[in-house]
Design a protein around this ligand. Structure first.
Ligand SMILES: Nc1ncnc2c1ncn2[C@@H]1O[C@H](COP(=O)(O)OP(=O)(O)O)[C@@H](O)[C@H]1O
Ligand SMILES: O=C(CO)[C@@H](O)[C@H](O)COP(=O)(O)O
Length: 473
């Protein structure tokens, strides 16, 4: 019985699963928290990974391992393999102006022309989340650190590199061993999912020089070996790994509710959305992963539960106790700024308050409906890009919320399935590791609870959209 390990190094925590490579049967699992904040030193990810691996039973009997990671994080290494500064994460918005400048430069001052140019070359309109904008911010705000950057990689790349025995002090030869995959490279802003090429000129213009970049390996390639001899797979961005974990096929749209809210599908054709709502990423099998991502998902639930001084379970009970529409209370959840729509400086807002509807239950319900409505807009953006959406697959910590499940049925207009509680990013990474061993992706099958779409009069979503539009004025 060959064992494989899958890792999900995400915003809030690191999850590790160890599974039977043939059947997918779970053998062990572990979890460890990451520090809060929108910039984190990668050593914290490494420490959490070691704790989660120990909890899962260790890697001694594992034949292959793959890493799924939060996308876009800017990991800068000096010529000796040391981390130059804490990594700016996907949800850090300090590079918002850099993103605007990158677009204006491409359009000779015309933002619409610039957006079209970036979509034509990479499939994605630069926003603060993308690594390229963070590197331009670094060059403009920390020139001494920028000058020390010998290599740039992503969170999953760096963890794979460390698992292969590299790290501080390994020098130039170590940097040459950096590897990434097409799905995560497509989130940097300097890689084209369609051509499979890095945009060296764009990167040089942003950072001021061209650093070493990880070689992009194929979906079943070996990216390295651990000192113990386990094969290291190419890894993937967390959403592409999740698509592997749930076995998403044509007609499926995955809704992931974690720190980020993401709506994505596996597509045979690249997205090219000049509005910027849909990113034209790549998936982890050689196809594409059109994706809309919000900055505000489960942390809105956490913040509302804290405000009400209740547990997450009680928060969900309150939300379920309120009627659909929360008595007219509408929350626009832009608590940390927002990425989709691209409003990095936005704040949240609460609308429709009356003495009658201003209750804990309605506030909890409004928080759930606000997040689900923001994902409904992401779904609509994917459908506007001709994505075939016939079934939703709900994953992420927030998908375990019965209130989220109910709101999704009422607001999204499609049948949904909620797979059994699990870590589908880590499972997808484990499935990739099994594929590296076997040469093809095993069919591990997934069960789940079916949620039929409930008829809706559309009033709740229409009311949300009218209030959300006030943020765009
Ligand atoms: N039953 C639940 N109801 C609502 N939110 C939940 C529930 N279980 C977990 N969460 C939330 O999900 C988040 C963790 O989900 P996860 O997908 O691991 O996040 P990330 O991938 O961003 O690290 C936390 O914010 C947590 O509060
Ligand atoms: O930025 C994106 C996708 O473009 C996010 O999906 C990150 O990849 C973080 O994911 P989670 O920590 O929320 O899982």
């Amino acid at each position: 019985m060959a064992l494989v390990a899958g890792i999900d190094s995400s915003t809030q925590s690191c999850k590790v699963v160890i599974r039977d490579a043939d059947t997918g049967a779970l053998v062990g699992q572990g979890r460890a928290a990451h520090p809060d904040g929108t910039e984190v030193h990668p050593d914290a990810w490494w420490d959490a990974l070691q704790q989660a691996i120990t909890q899962a039973g260790g890697l001694a009997d594992v034949s292959a391992i793959s890493v799924g990671g939060q996308q876009h994080g800017m990991v800068c290494l000096d010529s000796n393999g040391h981390v130059v500064r804490p990594a700016l994460l996907w949800n850090d918005t300090r590079s918002a102006k850099a993103a605007v400048d990158i677009i204006l430069d491409a359009g000779n001052g015309d933002p619409a022309a610039g957006a079209r140019q970036w979509v034509a070359t990479t499939g994605t309109v630069p926003v603060a989340s993308l690594t390229l904008t963070k590197l331009r911010w670094l060059a403009e705000n920390e020139p001494e650190n920028a000058a020390r950057v010998a290599a740039v990689c992503l969170p999953h790349d760096w963890l794979s590199w460390r698992l292969a025995g590299f790290g501080p002090g390994t020098g130039e030869a170590g940097l040459a061993a950096l590897r990434t995959d097409r799905s995560d490279a497509s989130g940097t802003g300097y890689y084209s999912a369609s051509t499979g090429e890095y945009l060296a000129d764009a990167l040089r213009e942003a950072l001021g020089h061209l650093p070493v970049l990880p070689a992009v390996v194929g979906p079943l390639d070996i990216a390295g070996k651990t000192p113990e001899g386990a094969l290291i797979g190419p890894g993937a961005g967390d959403n592409a790994a999740a698509a592997l974990g749930v076995g998403a096929g044509v007609g499926d749209v995955v809704l992931s509710l974690g720190t980020s809210g993401t709506v994505f599908a596996v597509s045979s054709t690249p997205a090219a959305d000049a509005s910027g709502l849909v990113a034209g990423f790549a998936d982890a099998t050689g196809h594409y992963l059109p994706l809309a991502c919000t900055l505000n998902a489960t942390r809105v639930f956490d913040a509302t539960a804290a405000l009400l001084d209740v547990s997450l379970d009680d928060f969900n009970e309150l939300a379920l106790a309120a009627p659909a529409g929360a008595g007219g209370l509408t929350l626009v959840p832009y608590f940390d700024g927002e990425r989709t729509p691209n409003l990095p400086g936005a704040t949240g807002s609460l609308h429709g308050i009356t003495r009658a509807n201003y209750t804990p239950a309605n506030l909890a319900r409004a928080a759930v409906e606000g997040v689900v409505c923001s994902l409904a807009d992401g779904l609509a953006a994917l459908q506007a890009q001709a994505v075939d959406a016939r079934r939703l697959i709900l994953i992420g910590g927030g998908a375990q919320s019965p209130a989220v499940q109910q709101a999704a049925s009422q607001l999204l207009g499609l049948p949904a399935v909620v797979p059994a509680p699990g870590e589908y990013v880590a499972d997808g990474a484990a499935r990739q590791a099994a594929a590296v061993l076997a040469g093809a992706f095993p069919d591990w099958g997934i069960g789940g609870v079916e949620l039929p779409a409930q008829p809706s009069d559309g009033i709740v979503l229409a009311r949300y959209r009218s209030h959300a539009r006030t943020h765009m004025a």
